[in-house]
Each structure stands twice: as C-alpha cells, then as structure tokens.
Write a protein that binds this ligand. Structure first.
Ligand code: SF4
Length: 78
C-alpha cells in the first residue's frame, strides 16, 4: 500500500503562505476550530506528524490534478 504524504493532502496547509501554523486542517483533527472567517488567526491545526506517523492516515485525500491548457481546450471543444 502506498504511504500517505501530508504534503500532497488537501487538508494540509503550510506556513507562512497558506496558514499561520503548519498542520492538518481537517476539522476533526484540529485542536481549535473557529467558524467565523475573521477568527482564522485563532485556529490551531492538528499535528500532522503525529496523526500520520506511520503514513496510513485514513483521511488522506490527494488534490485532483489540474488540466493543462490543451486538455481544457479539447474538453471544451469535444
Ligand atoms: S494527517 Fe491525514 S488528513 Fe491531515 S494532512 Fe496528513 S494525511 Fe491529510
């Protein structure tokens, strides 16, 4: 079985550009979650190193691959 890599998961956000603190932002794994967007700074993500210690996280989801320009063009014209 292929190991789950947090860096390829859609729930992972890295600092400093995607989030203030690096970690797992899947709601059930988060230490502290805020509903209001303006309270984003107070959110605490889950420790992805601990949750996915053995690389077998059941919630790992890979972001769908973006289509190239030509693939999108052919998809529209087909
Ligand atoms: S711990 Fe699991 S859900 Fe969270 S970022 Fe890593 S693989 Fe994704």
């Amino acid at each position: 079985m292929k190991k789950a890599d947090c860096r390829t998961c859609i729930h992972f956000r890295s600092a400093p550009y995607e989030a203030r603190i690096e970690g797992c932002y899947l709601e059930k794994n988060m230490v502290s979650k805020q509903k209001a967007a303006y309270l984003d700074e107070q959110q605490l993500p889950g420790k992805h190193e601990k949750i996915n210690l053995r690389g077998d996280c059941p919630d790992h989801e890979v972001e769908p691959k973006k289509l190239s320009f030509w693939e999108r063009l052919f998809a529209v014209s087909a």
